[in-house]
Design a binder for this molecule. Structure first.
Ligand code: ASP
Length: 317
């Protein structure tokens, strides 16, 4: 098993082989997570600190659970109550934590690039849990694992990513991962929610759901990210739902066995019909959450193996 990385900052630096390595190990952790006893000692003796500067439900909970199931000492900082609120900079906070010798630092930050910057200042493994509209690598990996399990493969699939592409780190990481694994990616959304320079991504772009969803294998919906919008990107939520909200009629244009995905949190009746989201014959949204824990276990395990190899080499030298 080879995974020669010190951090997991994005999908960009990963090769198709790296992605397969993570997903294969995650498959094993998905099995472990279905057993009564869910413990392994892959991270025994190591310290994991979670720093979430932006709200999170699924990602934070699953990183915590992943670390605990692998036997790490896990601490989640309450960032709202931290010294950041007293004016301390991100780098000072990172250096303070670094002095406590963590082995794994899991960071979410509202600014694109903040997690990369932080990784340069500390000497532990850093995992990006989402930075601004830049990258959310573990989300793309858990989506990939969910697709691979549902479709039996992760190549030559036609995948539509729909909605607020412009503000979405989930879309950015998924476009890269799915492209590296040789899938056809289509982006569907209103022109106001498409990022500029989208042609460079090697994707097809549609502003009409019927056309864009034609014959796709996977439909990935995105949340309208109002916290990153500073003006009128859509006429109204009602109008948006009418044109871009996924319901059974729009889904009928995809392949009959197409799966429906959403990273959460979901706005029912805005980007997706609530009943369709709960339809276990089409929707794999809960499966995505389940795979999130497994993928985070795999990513932290692989980074910890590298930490241990590095430490062993230093002892020998
Ligand atoms: N939970 C995902 C993220 O953190 C998607 C979203 O917030 O819409 O990017």
């Amino acid at each position: 098993m080879s995974f020669a990385h010190s951090h997991l900052l994005g999908i960009d630096p990963l090769s198709p082989g790296d992605i397969t390595t993570i997903l294969d190990l995650a498959d094993q952790y998905a099995d472990l997570n279905r057993r009564d006893i869910k413990h392994s000692d892959a991270l025994a003796g190591l310290t994991q600190i979670n720093m979430f500067f932006e709200n999170s439900t699924r990602t934070q909970a699953s990183f915590e659970l992943a670390g605990q199931r692998l036997g790490a000492d896990v601490m989640s900082m309450a960032m709202q109550a931290s010294s950041i609120k007293k004016g301390e900079t991100l780098i000072d906070t990172a250096l303070t934590l670094n002095a406590m010798h963590p082995d794994l630092l899991v960071v979410r930050h509202p600014h694109s690039g903040a997690v990369d910057l932080l990784a340069q200042k500390v000497n532990c493994a850093v995992l990006n849990a989402g930075d601004g509209r830049h990258e959310h690598p573990t989300q793309a990996l858990l989506d990939a694992l969910t697709i691979r399990q549902a479709k039996g493969r992760l190549h030559r699939l036609s995948i539509a990513i729909c909605g607020d592409i412009a503000h979405s780190r989930v879309a950015r990481s998924n476009i890269q991962l799915l492209g590296k694994m040789e899938n056809r990616v289509r982006l569907i959304g209103p022109p106001t929610l498409m990022p500029s320079g989208i042609d460079a991504f090697g994707v097809e772009v549609f502003d009409d759901m019927t056309e864009g969803l034609h014959d796709v294998d996977v439909v990935m919906m995105l949340r309208l990210q109002r916290e990153r919008m500073d003006g009128g990107f859509i006429p109204s939520e009602r109008e948006y739902y009418h044109r871009y909200g996924l319901d059974t009629e729009k889904l009928s244009h995809a392949k009959p066995d197409a799966i429906v995905m959403h990273p959460g949190p979901m706005n029912r009746g805005v980007e997706i019909d609530g009943e369709l989201a709960d339809d276990i014959n089409r929707s794999v949204i809960q499966k995505q959450v389940e795979m999130g824990v497994a993928v985070r276990m795999a990513a932290m395990d692989l980074l910890a193996r590298n930490l241990r190899t590095k430490a062993a080499r230093e002892v020998i030298v």
